[in-house]
Design a protein around this ligand. Sequence first.
Ligand code: NDP
Length: 480
Amino acid sequence: MQKNYIAGEWTASEHSIDNLNPSDTRDIVGQFAQASRSDLDRALDAAKSAQKIWAKSGIEQRYNALMAIGNEMMARSAELGELLSREEGKPLAEGKGEVYRAGQFFTYYAAETLRQIGDTADSVRPDIEIDVRREAVGVVAIVSPWNFPTATASWKVAPALAFGNAVIWKPANVTPASAVALTEIIAKQDLPAGLFQLVMGGGSEIGQALVESPEVNAVSFTGSVEVGRTVAAAAVQNFTKVQLEMGSKNALAVMDDADLDLAVNLALGGAFGGSGQKCTASSRLVVHSAVHDAFVEKLAAATQAMVVGHALEAGTQLGPVVSEQQLQSNLDYVQLGLSEGAELITGGQRLEMATPGYYMQPGLFIGTNNSMRINREEMFAPLAAVIKVDSFEEALAVVNDTEFGLTSGIVTQSLARATHFRRNAKTGCVMVNLPTAGTDYHVPFGGRGVSSYGTREQGKYAEEFYTTVKTSYISSGMPL
Ligand code: NDP
């Protein structure tokens, strides 16, 4: 049994779950402990004590620990990426790339530990100086999803530790192996016992208990809107600081002056990369009528040509979806689209492969409008829907007509349109001639509407969440 990591010790549990490989459900990745309520209580106690020690630690100690974690992840990205792909189902190159990127979050925040410089000011009263500095928030609960099991956790854990906090991490229960692998690397560092802890278990049980705890000072969550609401409601009961990154319904606008081959490539990668299981996926393709037919013809051909297969097999472009439940939900959305009057021009069906798994042919709808539920709800599936529009203005209006607002994109050769789009898209991230998915680690990431709540993640902006500001007034008693 793979254990939880509590108070500096690997801790077994009475209960465990099997973790299956979605590319081959006969392959059991491992058995993973499910934390009990008393495990969580021990973790909360240990975190509190450890955080007090860490907050007083030198910034070089933090730098060294984070740098070592990041370097090891990058050095072992091939091995750990394979484990990630085996349990999550994304093609090997994407698994390796994710682990490497996760390592970069640690090395980036290692450097940030040395840049913790505050502000000073003169008081409006004579002979008084003011010092404004940031302090750690305390014990941070991190609740993460399965689709980027290592990267999402890392972009939360790294700044939390860098800014002097303790972390209790509840990973998604379908991707525990990646969580244990990351924890093993962190556990090698000389950190106070309880500074970083792993509690695996069901979201509605141990996850809920964690975010409800008054011992937690901040909660950073990534997942669905539905669970995000529950998490926020629990946190606010204790006035706990909370940050939520949730789903989206991103649109890629393809204009009549677009380079069509580029547009098709962007749509293909944006819609189907990671089997569409990305919060940044381009599931709405808003296409100008002047290029609609040519675009659709090329995209349909490219979609059909995508190689669906076992995540660890060379040549696979699209792995399985993560679970049977996710696959059933995807197939339900295909039926919903058809019942709403959309035309499915390719894919959308379950695939039987050499190994038993959750395989699905990527599907493309045309003849859709933005009122259809397939264009309003996040499907998290290898499915995309084309919406035909007659002008740039109409495209922008459709892109913005959603309750979500994480990313949006435009494919155009016009600087004027690109600029207007960038300034008027109601999303947290905007892409020009780039896929809606794919962001950097040194700049803020987050959305508007129901996509995000609270301060931004990543880059220097993460400081706002993982620290609290203290303003000190100092009089020496002598004239300055
Ligand atoms: P969920 O919201 O179901 O779960 C996210 C995490 O929350 C998991 O660790 C889950 O545990 C846990 N959880 C579930 N219920 C509770 C609860 N009551 N209290 C505390 N924690 C709980 O999302 P998924 O993991 O299934 O991920 C897919 C969803 O995440 C998609 O809908 C997508 O939109 C969104 N997402 C958003 C991203 C963004 O950055 N905006 C990035 C990635 C995904 P368990 O696994 O045990 O259920």
